[in-house]
Design a protein. Structure first.
Length: 414
């Protein structure tokens, strides 16, 4: 069994900087933090660099090719918020150290014709580029479609929860959206009774629950139902009332500021122009990143940034997520892996310290999604690691200065 020692690097352990210290990996695990490199170990010189836990994107829609792209940017885990990469379908992905690892909600509870159906052109058929996307396919059990839950009544929602679990969902997602933010007001939407019943059933089965919600009212519905996390941020300006409601509920929030920016007509063009990003994107992803959703042009990104700061100041757990899906311009402004780094920059722009932003992409999502084997640099954990030139604990954009990536101790080839 080979042993690798990363020496001379500043270490950020997922929660705090440790200073310059050696990290030793063996058999896919971190076996030593600190001390001297073992005799005979392969030495990776980390001088002038910072070693981070592999980054976690806590809101994606993905497939194998997208997971490979994410890993090239140091994102070692993606958390799918609608898709087919459930436990029963991802065996090959779990064992493939050339792609990011993945967890998935399976398909979310939403009424027939509800969100996200309005996002897609009438002739759209998901699955072509990567088998990913908000309507995605992919995975291992190709002979049968993914399980789609029934959200037509409280009883149907309750009955769908054990089916989702049986089909390998890692957590349960609920869509609370009438289409107004996306420019399609009047979409069928979960009512409070159906949402309450579904969340209660999920909790009875010990499942983590998350909700898609883009407005204050949707946040209130989710919190009334007892949701564990909100995987978006409202587009309106923050109020003391809504911030207090979120704080008092103890929920986590995945702001997806990059998604809000895209909804407001802001493209990812400046990110695509960064040579550290351009060198890793093909033409389809470059075009997608340079596009945007553009459904909510009346919105102001500063309102989202103000909400991020208000929630952070209140002590709410914030998690880095992007809502990236397929390489298609109508789902634009986002790209797997790259947009995580943009999100980190947005969090710092909002007023978080770089260390707080890094926690939101490492230790905090691991803790809130019960991924106890990753998200930190500590003995016994997975050797999912990102080595970057510079010091992102002082200059957050240094996260893009990739020197090396490891997934389960296997170094990604250049």
């Amino acid at each position: 069994m080979s042993t690798t020692a990363i020496t001379g690097a500043q270490v950020f352990d997922g929660e705090k900087p440790l200073g310059v210290t050696a990290v030793v990996i063996e058999g896919g695990r971190i076996v030593q933090v600190g001390g001297e490199a073992p005799t005979g170990a392969e030495i990776v010189d980390g001088s002038g660099a910072t070693l981070l836990p592999g980054l976690i994107d806590a809101h994606v829609h993905t497939g194998r090719d997208s997971l490979a792209l994410a890993l090239r940017f140091g994102v070692t885990t993606e958390l799918e918020m609608q898709g087919a990469n459930t436990r029963d379908r991802r065996g090959a992905i779990s064992e493939d150290d050339s792609v990011a690892d993945v967890r998935s909600s399976g398909f979310a509870l939403t009424p027939p014709g509800g969100h996200p159906s309005e996002l897609f052109p009438p002739d759209f058929h998901p699955g072509k580029p990567t088998g990913s996307g908000k309507g995605g396919g992919g995975g291992e059990r190709r002979g049968e479609p993914p399980y789609h839950p029934d959200a037509t009544s409280p009883e149907a929602a309750q009955a769908s929860i054990p089916q989702l679990i049986a089909h390998g969902s890692d957590y349960i997602k609920f869509m609370i959206d009438d289409g107004s933010v996306e420019g399609h007001p009047g979409l069928p939407m979960l009512d409070q009774a159906t949402l309450n019943a579904g969340v209660a059933a999920a909790k009875q089965h010990g499942m983590l629950t998350v909700a898609h919600a883009l407005t204050h009212d949707a946040f209130r519905m989710a919190i009334e139902a007892g949701i564990d996390g909100l995987v978006h941020l409202f587009v309106e300006p923050p109020t003391d009332e809504i911030v207090a409601l979120v704080k008092d509920a103890g929920v986590f929030v995945v702001p997806c500021t990059v998604l809000n920016a895209s909804m407001m007509g802001i493209t990812g063009g400046p990110l695509a122009d960064d040579p550290r990003v351009a060198s890793r994107l093909d033409a389809d992803w470059d075009a997608t990143l340079r596009s945007c959703f553009g459904h909510y042009p009346q919105g102001k990104l500063q309102d989202t940034l103000d909400s991020v700061k208000a929630l952070a100041d209140a002590g709410v757990d914030l998690l880095v997520g992007t809502d990236v899906s397929q390489a298609m311009p109508f789902l634009g402004g986002l790209a797997h892996g790259a947009s995580v780094h943009q999100e980190l920059q947005h969090l710092v722009q909002a007023g978080l310290t770089p260390a707080a932003a890094l926690r939101a992409a490492t230790a905090t999502p691991a803790r809130r999604f019960h991924l106890s084997d990753r998200g930190r640099i500590a003995e016994g954990l997975r050797a999912d690691l990102l080595l970057v030139d510079g010091d992102p604990t002082s200059t957050i954009s240094d996260t893009l200065n990739t020197r090396a990536v490891w997934r389960r101790g296997t170094r990604l080839s250049a």
